[in-house]
Design a protein around this ligand. Structure first.
Ligand code: DAH
Length: 359
């Protein structure tokens, strides 16, 4: 009779297909009025000898049924989970759905896009990205760059000065007027040799169709034992060709910056036909950056010995080259946060330039 119970329940447990069926079986077998429980109760009517044999056997049967139910329950749960996973899969590589639900409606601003493009192209040539504060001491923004107090270049920069409390007569901090102070900070931090670019925000009190009080520059600096203007020209031509996707000729014009000697302004080749600017063709020229060989005073301010090291530097307007590359006519629209403009000129967040994918 015990063997019958065992066979009956174990095979029913084995074929149970729901947790509810298992629970019914548990009650039928070892619940208060279950068959096994009733059998246990009948032990009282047995002789002591019988009880000594039947008692342990019934207990063992109860344990066996309990663990068979637990095992089957776990198996059913696993199967249910497997089944759910089979149906509830999600392809996380699918693009977001646009439209009414507002997903994937954002776009990457052309300045961010060009910032990333610059970073990718220069990184490929071994330049690392450096950063510096936007609120800068006047020493880093001017003095260290060979622009001493009362130098006319300070006046020309339309500098924003930070407020100082009355009675505090330390020189005021400034909103950096260019990314050049990062040259000094990088030299101090890393010494020579050095190869960095610094894309960043800069500020000048100037506002018209071609100027905004905040704009963007990318600074470049390369220092080594025998770095020359020829290296500068190669790096810049390499950059413009990768950036505009076409061979771009450059023209170096002698110029003057306090922090470089000699200094040059660099123009890129372009045509102005039909009211649009086309880079890399025609016989017009457009100025895009300032550059030169780093002045010995500047190297010294950065803690580098000018008798041992030399290098080139350049500073380029990011907004300007973004306008040129993507045919954007008005600089001020960059900072209007006009959604229609952003939808038109913005970039998909999934198409950020990288070294792997290119620009
Ligand atoms: N800092 C200059 C400016 O904002 C641009 C510049 C010119 C940077 C020459 C340089 C350089 O590094 O060598 O107008």
């Amino acid at each position: 009779m015990m063997d019958d119970l065992r066979t009956k329940y174990l095979s029913q447990i084995d074929t149970a297909s729901t947790e509810a069926a298992l629970e019914d079986l548990r009650l039928a077998a070892i619940g208060k009025k279950g068959e096994v429980s009733l059998a246990m109760r009948s032990l009282g009517k047995m002789t002591p000898e019988e009880r000594q044999i039947e008692g342990p056997r019934l207990n063992a049967l109860k344990d066996e049924i309990t663990s068979a139910i637990a095992a089957k329950k776990a198996a059913l749960e696993d199967a249910a989970l497997e089944e759910r996973l089979r149906h509830e899969w999600l392809d996380v590589t699918l693009p977001g759905r646009g439209g009414a639900r507002g997903v994937a409606e954002g776009s990457v601003h052309p300045v961010s896009q060009v910032w990333e493009e610059c970073t990718a192209i220069f990184a490929d040539m071994g330049f690392r990205v450096a950063e510096g504060p936007q609120v800068e001491s006047d020493w880093y923004n001017f003095d260290a760059l060979n622009i001493p107090d009362h130098h006319p270049a300070r006046g020309e920069m339309d500098t924003f000065y930070m407020h100082r409390a009355a009675g505090d007569d330390r020189p005021p901090h400034v909103l950096r007027t260019h990314t050049s102070p990062v040259q000094i900070r990088s030299m101090q931090e890393h010494g020579a040799p050095l190869r960095i670019i610094c894309p960043g925000r800069v500020y000048r009190a100037d506002f018209d169709q071609t100027h905004t009080p905040m704009f963007h520059q990318v600074e470049g600096l390369a220092i080594g034992r025998d770095i020359s203007m020829a290296n500068l020209k190669w790096v810049l031509e390499e950059f413009f060709t990768a950036f505009f996707g076409t061979k771009v000729r450059t023209r170096f014009r002698a110029s003057h910056f306090p922090f470089t000697e000699p200094s040059a302004e660099v123009d890129i080749q372009c045509s102005f036909e039909g009211g649009t600017v086309k880079v890399g063709e025609g016989d017009g020229w457009l100025e895009v950056l300032g550059s030169g060989m780093v002045h010995p005073h500047v190297l010294r301010a950065g803690g580098i010995d000018p008798d041992e090291w030399q290098g080139f530097a350049f500073g380029m307007g990011i907004d300007r080259i973004a306008m040129l590359k993507y045919g954007i006519p008005d600089l001020r629209a960059f900072f209007d946060s006009d959604l229609r403009w952003l939808r038109h000129y913005g970039f998909s967040a999934l198409q950020v330039p990288t070294l792997r994918a290119g620009v």
